[in-house]
Structure formats: structure tokens, C-alpha cells
Design a protein around this ligand. Structure first.
Ligand SMILES: *[C@@H]1O[C@H](CO)[C@@H](O)[C@H](O)[C@H]1NC(C)=O
Length: 323
């Protein structure tokens, strides 16, 4: 039947052709009948089909290019129990971590979880961070507050917040509760890293720098303000083995831009900050990353770093710092 139809069409198109040739001969520009037959010569079906095909192709190219640019690993809108991705450890990381036998991860990679830190704990730490940052702040777009060393961005450099508070008078600014929440949270982050990478919890040690960060769209004044360059944590801080971030504000609500991006060959992976979200990863060259420039609002996060090398362990901060 299909063959029959095909031959029928062929016959018709031959007839059309003959008819058109015929009408072309007679066409003088005024005869309506001839005009109609000319217009029927315009291959509308072909034009429409080609137009639709082009649209489809443009869409396909757009779609695949968009998909290849980045993959949303963790959207702000989703409450994620635990999601993880494995990447092969860089050779330098493998070599370094092999010195700490029980600290070798079962695989290198990344994880995101929204259930480890509660919204109350995140809100508490946001208040702690704002209280501290009120004593200083960078003149450029990025400020840090390190409760361990006391380092606080101030204009184009750093001051010690504990010295500043002590000089300020009797108000100690931070409370025992602040330090308690801080320690609880960092212990919970240590637990999820230990669980995900398969390392005994007591083989991990908190290390320097562990700090709050505040990012704004202000123009960078020093290199400390330029957080948007792709980097490998272990190259900046050789003692790092596992890096984690706790987000204290929401992407798309409190600020725009400022997504965290893992740079991969082929497809980058983004983590959209969400209040209470923990993102953690092995600190080697298997996890190059950067933070997009914040385009509006203010982004707050806490970086919590771990080492397997006891020599680089740091203690949790306490009210002692203010004595
Ligand atoms: C991933 O991010 C890097 C750094 O911004 C960029 O150079 C690269 O083109 C991105 N890769 C893709 C596939 O978009």
C-alpha cells in the first residue's frame, strides 16, 4: 500500500510540474488564475518543515550546550538528605594522604547534605558572624572572621577581633552559647565527612584556617577580595585534606550570583547555597573550584577545614579567647 501511495504522489507531482510549466508560459502578471497557480508553486510544506527543523536544531544545540556548561549538583530549592559524587583522587592527593593510613578516603569526591545542621544552628551562626564582622569588614567584596586566630578583615588588611573587643570595654560580644553552637556544628560536619569518606572520626582534626566569610558585590580592593578564581584548596593550604562549607544564607533569596562551582573537564557542577547546607569535598586537585561573583545581596558561609596531620590540628575557640 505504501508503495502504491508513493507512486501515486510521484505521478501527481509530475502532473503539477507540467501544469506549472504550462501556466508559466501563459503568465502575463494580470490573470488571476495564473497568479493562483504560481502561488501554488511555492513549496509551503517544504518551507514550514525546514523552519520547524531549524527551530528544533537551535533548541537542541542550546539545550546540550546549556547542559554541558554546568550540572546543578544541589539546587537551593531542594532539601537534600545526602547526595555525593565520586571523582578519582589526584595523584598528588593520593601520595600525600597515603602518609596517614587510616585517613585515606574510600574514594575522592564531594557531598552535599541539608540535614546535618539545623536551621536554628545556621541562624545562630549567622548572628555570630554578623556580630563579629560588625567590628571590621573589608573595603572590597570579601571579609573573613576567624574565631580561632581572631583574624578579622579590616579595610585592606586584618586585625585581631579579640584584641579589639578587649579594648572596647566589658562587653564580651560573644557568649558561651555561641562557642557551644560553633563546636557542635563543626563536630557534626566532621561526622558526615567521616561517614561519607569512610574514615574513623578521630583521625580527622580541625585545621587552620576555619573561618566565616561575607561576600558582597563591592569591587575588589585586594587579592583577598578575589574569591572567584579557580583554585585547589590543598595548593593554597597544604595541610588540608577535607574542606567543608556551611551556608548561612540562601542563593536567589538573600543574594544572587555566589554559586559554588566545581570545575570539571566537560561539565561543571554547581552547588547553590542554602541555609544550613553542608558541602564537603577532598581538598586535592580532583576538586578545583571557585565561587561566582556575588551580583546582589550578601552571602555568608563558614569554611570548616580538616587535616589528617595531627601537627596541624587546632582547638575549638572558647570564651577563654576573651579573657
Ligand atoms: C567550567 O568553569 C571554568 C571556570 O570558569 C570555565 O573556564 C569552563 O569553561 C567551564 N566549563 C564548562 C564546560 O562550561
Amino acid at each position: 500500500m505504501a508503495v502504491q501511495r508513493k507512486s501515486g504522489n510521484k505521478k501527481k507531482s509530475v502532473d503539477d510540474k507540467e501544469l506549472n510549466i504550462d501556466s508559466n508560459k501563459k503568465y502575463d502578471g494580470t490573470n488571476e488564475k495564473n497568479f493562483e497557480s504560481l502561488s501554488s508553486k511555492i513549496p509551503w510544506r517544504k518551507i514550514v518543515t525546514r523552519f520547524l527543523l531549524s527551530l528544533l536544531m537551535i533548541f537542541a544545540v542550546y539545550w546540550t550546550s546549556k547542559k554541558e556548561d554546568f550540572h546543578v549538583f544541589a539546587s537551593q530549592k531542594d532539601r537534600i538528605q545526602l547526595t555525593s559524587a565520586q571523582v578519582s583522587c589526584s595523584s598528588a592527593y593520593k601520595k600525600d594522604i597515603s602518609k596517614f593510613k587510616d585517613c585515606v578516603p574510600k574514594h575522592c569526591g564531594r557531598l552535599v547534605t541539608d540535614i546535618v545542621v539545623t536551621p536554628e544552628e545556621a541562624a545562630h551562626l549567622l548572628r555570630v558572624s554578623k556580630k563579629g564582622l560588625a567590628f571590621g569588614g573589608s573595603s572590597g567584596g570579601a571579609s573573613i572572621l576567624d574565631l580561632h586566630s581572631g583574624a578579622l578583615s579590616y579595610d585592606n588588611s586584618f586585625i585581631n577581633i579579640y584584641e579589639k573587643i578587649k579594648a572596647h570595654g566589658t562587653n564580651k560580644v560573644f557568649t558561651p552559647e555561641d562557642f557551644k553552637v560553633y563546636s557542635n556544628v563543626r563536630n557534626k560536619i566532621q561526622q558526615i565527612i567521616s561517614y561519607n569518606f569512610g574514615i574513623p572520626i578521630n583521625k580527622l582534626f580541625l585545621t587552620h584556617p576555619t573561618f566565616f566569610s561575607e561576600m558582597t558585590p563591592r569591587i575588589a580592593k585586594t587579592k583577598h577580595d578575589e574569591y572567584w578564581h579557580v583554585h585547589v584548596d590543598k595548593e593554597t593550604y597544604p595541610s588540608f585534606h577535607y574542606t567543608s562549607l556551611l551556608y548561612l544564607t540562601d542563593y536567589g533569596i538573600d543574594f544572587t550570583g555566589g554559586r559554588f562551582i566545581f570545575v570539571n573537564e566537560g561539565k561543571n557542577m554547581t552547588v547553590e547555597p542554602r541555609v544550613g547546607r553542608v558541602s564537603a569535598f577532598t581538598s586535592g586537585a580532583e576538586n578545583p573550584h571557585y565561587v561566582e561573583q556575588v551580583s546582589s545581596g550578601t552571602r555568608y558561609a563558614l569554611t570548616v577545614s580538616f587535616t589528617c596531620d595531627k601537627e596541624f590540628a587546632i582547638a575549638d575557640p572558647t570564651m577563654q579567647k576573651l579573657q
